[in-house]
Design a protein around this ligand. Structure first.
Ligand code: AMP
Ligand code: ZN
Length: 114
């Protein structure tokens, strides 16, 4: 999608600090980390948000969670625990309109979020 920052990162037009890549997803470090580990897992196809997922995307979304578990293991946060966050729309705090999942860890995370 034109003018989508995450599509540009996926195409290599904007650099990122890559953590993981396969044919379906790209994962990279968040530019403004909120925790010692803050990775964004981004499907390569431009889906705006959870509200735009269709039946064909279901495998892709479960793949994101599988990848999250592998990255958590690799970054050694799986034993102590971590959080996977997906923000939707204005009230959800979504600032980039390309679906993505935050993988946060490396410190005790508060609950409930603000
Ligand atoms: P959200 O607010 O849930 O839409 O999350 C968007 C996230 O993307 C924020 O945590 C930003 O810090 C992050 N972000 C924005 N631009 C970049 C970029 N160029 N590289 C890495 N992370 C970014
Ligand atoms: Zn996009």
């Amino acid at each position: 999608m034109e003018n989508c920052i995450f599509c540009k990162i996926i195409k290599g037009e904007i650099p990122c600090s890559k953590v993981y890549e396969d044919d379906k997803v790209l994962a990279f470090n968040d530019i403004n980390p909120e925790a010692p580990v803050h990775v964004l897992i981004v499907p390569k196809t431009h889906v705006q948000s959870v509200m735009d997922i269709n039946a064909d995307d279901c495998q892709l979304i479960s793949h994101v969670f599988y990848v999250a578990s592998k990255i958590a293991e690799e970054l050694k946060i799986s034993e102590k625990g971590f959080r996977i966050v997906n923000n939707v729309g204005e009230n959800g705090g979504q600032t980039v309109s390309h679906i993505h999942f935050h993988l946060l860890g490396g410190r005790l995370l508060q609950w409930p979020p603000g």
